[in-house]
Structure formats: C-alpha cells, structure tokens
Design a protein around this ligand. Structure first.
Ligand SMILES: C[S@@+](CC[C@H](N)C(=O)[O-])C[C@H]1O[C@@H](n2cnc3c(N)ncnc32)[C@H](O)[C@@H]1O
Length: 251
C-alpha cells in the first residue's frame, strides 16, 4: 500500500537534483538579500525554510547567524544539506517531513516557501493546509514569504513544451493546462547517461488575487506582492512573484 503522503514528488525530486544548477549563485545571492531585507532577518532570529531543498537559501542564512530550520520530503536533499553544513561549520536543524504535516507552533520569526514549491497538491485544501501550517509555525508578528510562478505570466506565455539542460542532464516537459482548476499537468522526460525517466507532475498555478484570498483565509494580514524577488510590482510580464503576509500580533 502506498504511504499516505506519497505523491509525484517522491520520485521526481531526486531526479530533478541537477536542475538546481539552473539558478545561478548570483541570483541566489540576490534572493538571500531580498529575503533578509523583507523579512527583517537578523542574527539570532529563527527562520523556517519549508521546503528547503539542498539548502540554497538555508545555508547562506545560517552563515549570517540566522537560526534556520529546514524541512523537506526528499531525504537525499537533506543528507546533502547536512553534509554541506557540517563542512562549512554551520548549524541548520533539519526535519524530514511532508510540508502539510509540520507541527511547529508560534516558534519562528519568519518563514519561507521559496522557488516554486507551492501548489503541488491536486486537492486545494492541501495547498491551503501548507499555508496554514506556516502561519501556525510563526510567532505573532512573524512574516511568511511565498515565491511562486505567476499564473498571469503563464497565461500570456504558455508553451506546450519546454526544454532544459543542466550538468549534462536534459529534460523535456510536455504541458497541459486545465483552465477549470488552474492546474498544470506536466510530463517530464529526464535524460541522464542516455537513459530516460518519465514523471507526471501537477502544479496549481495562482494569480496574485487568489493568493491574497488564501493568505487572508488562514489569518495573514498586511499582504504585500512583488514581481520576482525584487522591489517591483507584480504584472503579467513577471514570471515569478513573491507574496509576504504577516501573522497579526493579536487575534
Ligand atoms: C523547486 S525545489 C525548491 C527548494 C528550495 N525552496 C529552494 O529555493 O531551493 C522544491 C522542493 O520541494 C520539496 N518537496 C516536494 N514535495 C514536498 C512535500 N510534499 N513536502 C515537503 N517538501 C516537498 C522537494 O524535495 C524540493 O526540495
């Protein structure tokens, strides 16, 4: 019988590992600067990175003295992060868990769900649950940052196929967009060492106004939106968007 929380992510993400290389160190450094500034992170503050992947953001934040907890479902990513942290003399607390099942309560000054790690579940209540769990994890006054693809950009630029290559590994994605649910059904073909593996992904795409409504429904206030990870407005020309919500101090 499959594990209760099993899904496409179980097999896909281990194979996806080389594609982290698509984000340059320069871009990651800019992301880190934006996160630190917008979430008012300072040495000693507690940050929940969920999901954390291989520590792209968690490690540079830990280097700045921020107390980072990373959550991820992909065991090999957590092993890699743990090894890198050890080698660099950094401390990152790691939790192997599904992002819908985290149980932190009012512990973190800030949290992030970064680089298109949201909307993975076909049931909308599960996607909302991820937001709710992040909300519960924050201290009153804490801030949460979501960094996702902008559905309005996708609609203006939709391509039924896409190709990528990183570290000698190739991918081809065939896409089908369901307009009734705003779920993109992707079939990824990953070709490594002449061998091809196929994965089926579902990602719910959101427009800014839908995320405002979802943020508000779990309790966030003072919702801000930015195009990509920059001080610029969201528009249909921005492929990514960053939404920040605050857990109110009272209520
Ligand atoms: C595109 S990566 C982004 C990682 C990281 N946030 C970053 O910015 O580099 C998406 C991450 O989501 C994780 N993931 C996928 N499904 C998950 C789930 N159900 N629960 C927790 N993590 C999950 C994957 O293992 C992967 O590390």
């Amino acid at each position: 019988m499959p594990r209760k929380d099993s899904g496409w992510w179980d097999d896909f993400f281990p194979a996806f590992r080389p594609f982290f290389g698509l984000i340059s160190q320069k871009r990651t450094n800019a992301h880190v600067r934006f996160i630190v500034e917008k979430l008012s992170l300072k040495p000693g503050k507690k940050f929940l990175d969920c999901p954390c992947g291989i520590g792209r953001i968690a490690l540079p934040l830990a280097k700045k003295g921020i107390r980072v907890t990373g959550v991820d479902i992909t065991r090999s990513y957590l092993d890699e992060l743990s090894m890198k942290a050890k080698r660099r003399g950094l401390k990152v607390d790691l939790v192997h868990a599904d992002m819908r099942r985290i149980t932190f309560g009012s512990e973190f000054d800030a949290g992030g769900n970064l680089w298109t790690s949201f909307g993975f579940f076909e049931k909308e209540s599960d996607n909302r649950l991820v937001l709710k769990k992040m909300y519960q994890a924050l201290k009153p006054g804490g801030k949460f940052m979501l960094h996702v693809i902008n559905r309005d950009w996708i609609m203006a630029n939709y391509q039924p196929r896409g190709w990528e290559e990183a570290a000698g590994v190739k991918s081809m994605e065939e896409r089908f967009f369901d307009y009734r649910t705003s779920i993109n059904y992707g079939t990824w073909h990953i070709i490594k060492d002449g061998k091809e593996e196929t994965f089926k992904l579902t990602i719910r795409m959101y427009s800014f106004h839908e995320l405002i409504a979802m943020f508000e429904s779990v309790g966030f206030t003072d919702i801000e939106g930015y195009g990509s990870m920059k001080d610029e407005p969201i528009s249909r020309d921005k492929g990514m968007m960053t939404i920040i919500g605050t857990k109110p101090r009272r209520g």
